[in-house]
Design a protein around this ligand. Structure first.
Ligand code: ADP
Length: 488
């Protein structure tokens, strides 16, 4: 194993069901590799439908006792978990960089960000307030109470191997629900490591179950999680096609569904913007995690009066980015997650240049080889190109030119997605108008980084359903129950 950990037990090569570290029933395993060099890091169980059913049953069995704890007991356990995650921040970051590729500084940041959801929901656990509503008759009183929904299934992606799990598991546990998690096949080690810490924090057996599965078994595991009537809630973060499939599957048993799906974030720079601030914001929004986040700027619209100046400033900033293996502390941009990701980036650039775009910087496979790609800027990009329609999920900033406010709002909204949007302007009237007109769940205004546990994360249109984080995030794992008291 080529990751040095101060606590080697954090590297787990088994799944976790009912408080036990277990192999797949079939005995099969699959390899987890370092995307920076292709090296095998571990073999984890390749679980299937039987393992998943067993985990669901364990969760259902654990539920009543957990459900009947008082919020403060749940909060105390979550707080211990938070403390343990933060105490092992460095090891967890190294493990994450090894399996995911992001630079160590970003992994450290993600461990803290992921932990923040545990801390936040430890506190929110105590605030699942109900309501008393004036009765509809003299002898009647209306009370609304909040109760945990039941067994939760969480299916998560590889781009944030810890945060996408804690953003679901922490509120579920806080609300009083057990969870069965299927982490992404590329990054199961981070999931298993934080689960090991959850066990140490005293999370009772059966409340967190981890089903590791290869790409080939994802549909089988997902099929069981969505078909099994015991599961009452499916929370998914990943691609739009898989989200749609899971929603269709979950409809047969009418499960509550939360979906955080693809984005196609517009990033608009108006003539009246602070251009240096806009460049700083775009660098963070576009190139972080090698462009592999669903809130990454995907389409950069620059008003014509500042277009050329913006291109020059952006080129200067992007050309300073250091590309390298994440475990090298100097690196600011790591490799792409896998070959398919690299091919998508190449396809988008080829399509854009064949339709008239120019490469202002980068544009090629990086000399480091593997899945490393040069940070890229495309100019003269238009709405008919693939980069305008699909999420590139790579380090490519396509720059479009626009003339008027209404024109750019129409261009920004011309997408089936609506997750994040960003714009830079110093005109307060414009700020309100544009913020309200953009069809997206989140808007960064003079700001390129918007994710925080304190705010509701989520999208509109085909970007998803529901919100994660913030006090709204708890509601996703709660049912309202109306009590009508008569004869008062
Ligand atoms: P990406 O393209 O980013 O890998 P996916 O939507 O394919 O996005 O993956 C997100 C998560 O969904 C991963 O955990 C993956 O294994 C899982 N997944 C993929 N296909 C299915 C499926 N048919 N059923 C359930 N989960 C799936």
């Amino acid at each position: 194993m080529s990751v040095n950990l101060t606590k080697p037990e954090l590297l787990r090569e088994q799944g976790f069901i009912n408080g036990q570290w277990v192999p797949a029933r079939s005995g099969q395993t699959f390899a987890v590799v370092n995307p920076a060099n292709g090296e095998r890091l571990a073999n984890v169980p390749d679980m299937g439908g039987d393992d998943t059913r067993q985990a669901i049953d364990a969760a259902a069995t654990a539920w009543p006792a957990w459900c009947s704890t008082v919020a403060k007991e749940r909060a105390n356990i979550l707080r211990k978990w938070f403390n343990l995650v933060m105490a092992h921040q460095e090891d967890l970051a190294r493990l994450m960089t090894a399996e995911q590729g992001k630079p160590l500084t970003e992994s450290r940041g993600e461990v803290a960000y992921g932990a923040s959801f545990i801390e936040w929901f430890a506190e929110e656990a105590k605030r699942a307030y109900g309501d008393v509503i004036p009765g509809h008759g003299r002898d009647k009183r209306i009370i609304v109470i909040k109760q945990p929904i039941g067994v939760v299934a969480a299916i998560t992606p590889w781009n944030f191997p810890i945060a996408m799990i804690t953003r679901k598991v922490a509120p579920a546990l806080a609300a009083g629900c057990p969870v069965v998690v299927k982490p992404a096949e590329d990054t199961p080690l981070s999931a298993l490591a934080i689960t090991f810490l959850a066990e140490q924090a005293g999370v009772p057996a059966g409340l967190i179950n981890i089903i590791t599965a290869s790409k080939g078994h994802a549909a089988e595991v997902g099929g069981e999680l969505t078909a099994n009537p015991v599961v009452r809630k499916v929370s998914f973060t990943g691609s739009t096609p898989v989200g749609k499939l899971l929603m269709r599957q979950a409809s047969d048993t009418v499960k509550k569904v939360s979906l955080e799906l693809g984005g196609n974030a517009p990033f608009i720079v108006f003539d009246d913007a602070d251009l240096d601030a806009a460049v700083t914001g775009l660098m963070a929004s576009k190139y972080r995690n090698t462009g592999q986040t669903c809130v990454c700027a995907n389409r950069v619209y620059v008003q014509s009066g500042v277009y050329d100046a913006f291109v020059e400033k952006l080129k200067a900033a992007v050309s300073r980015l250091v590309v390298g293996a994440g475990l090298d502390v100097e690196a600011q941009q790591g490799p792409l997650i896998n070959r398919a990701a690299l091919e998508k980036v190449q396809r988008h650039i080829e399509d854009a240049t064949s339709r008239g775009a120019s490469i202002a910087l980068g544009g090629k496979h990086h000399e480091l080889g593997g899945t490393f790609f040069e940070p890229t800027i495309l100019t003269d990009v238009t709405q008919d190109m693939l980069v305008a329609r699909e999420e590139t999920f790579g380090p490519v900033a396509p720059l479009f030119r626009f003339e008027t406010e209404d024109e750019v709002i129409a261009m920004a909204n011309d997408s089936e997605f609506g997750l994040a949007a960003y714009f830079y302007s110093n005109n307060i009237k414009r700020i309100w108008y544009v913020a309200e007109a953009l069809e997206s769940g989140m808007v960064g205004i003079n700001e390129g980084i918007i994710s925080t546990e304190a705010a509701p994360f989520g999208g509109v249109k085909e970007s998803g359903l529901g919100r994660e984080g913030s006090h709204y995030g708890l509601d996703e794992f709660i049912e309202l129950k109306y009590l009508c008291l008569g004869g008062m």
